[in-house]
Design a protein around this ligand. Structure first.
Ligand SMILES: [Zn+2]
Length: 239
């Protein structure tokens, strides 16, 4: 007497599997968006870090320092010509030497920072171009995904209607039993098929009487090992 209900359950289970596949496909599509958004966020953080680095360089301050030291050096050199005493000349020459060393060190620092700031500008430009380009891409993907999502949702909706109508055609006692087991498995696969004499989920073997009673639709059973609702696979061919 359970055979027609078993057949309905086979169809119900197949549709539930298709629903799950569709939901997984939607999730995959949505991941394309979140992956790209993650990349964009990384670029934004990168740009912010580059801006901070440039700010910390104090390039303009360093340029002014170099310029003022240069001017000072030049003035000192001019004063040198006005000196007569050898001692004074020596002292000033020493002063010029110290100043010169300081100047070339400051210049070196300044130019290496300048070089780095140019590299940063280049890196920032690339990141900004990526952000601009990907802003359009992400909009396109979102539109595509929305279309896909609607398509999948429609399919799922149709299947759910079919599932409801099949459930109505099942024997109430069997449906109740099936639903109870489903609840116990909380979202995990609650159904297995009896193929030959084995549970398709845990492969435990049942005895011949169990098998015959199930296949002839005289009993509804759970797998003695894993507790899943057992549908005789042979129910498919009785019609
Ligand atoms: Zn089992």
């Amino acid at each position: 007497m359970y055979l027609p209900s078993f057949r309905h359950l086979i169809e119900i289970e197949a549709m539930k599997t298709q629903n799950q596949n569709d939901l997984a496909a939607i999730a995959t599509e949505e991941k394309r968006i979140s992956d790209l958004e993650l990349l964009r966020e990384k670029r934004r953080q990168n740009i912010a870090a580059l801006d901070e680095e440039v700010k910390a360089m104090k390039l303009i301050e360093k340029q002014l320092e170099v310029e003022s030291l240069e001017a000072k050096h030049k003035r000192t050199k001019e004063q040198l010509d006005t000196l007569n005493s050898e001692k004074d000349i020596k002292a000033m020459e020493h002063q010029l030497e110290v100043m010169g060393a300081e100047l070339s060190q400051k210049e070196e620092t300044y130019f290496s920072l300048l070089e780095r700031s140019e590299a940063i500008a280049e890196e920032k430009k690339e990141a900004e171009e990526f952000l601009q380009g990907s802003a359009n891409t992400i909009e396109d993907i979102k539109k595509e995904v929305e279309i896909e999502r609607q398509k999948f949702n429609k399919q799922i909706e149709n299947r759910n209607l079919r599932i409801l109508s099949l459930e109505e055609q099942c024997l109430p006692a069997l449906l109740k039993f099936y639903k109870e087991i489903e609840k116990k498995f909380a979202g995990k696969k609650a159904v297995a098929y009896l193929i030959d004499k084995k549970c398709s989920a845990c492969f435990v073997q049942v005895d011949s009487m169990f098998k015959t009673a199930l296949e002839e639709g005289r009993a509804m059973e759970t797998c003695p090992n894993c507790g899943r609702f057992l549908i005789p696979e042979t129910a498919k061919i009785y019609s």
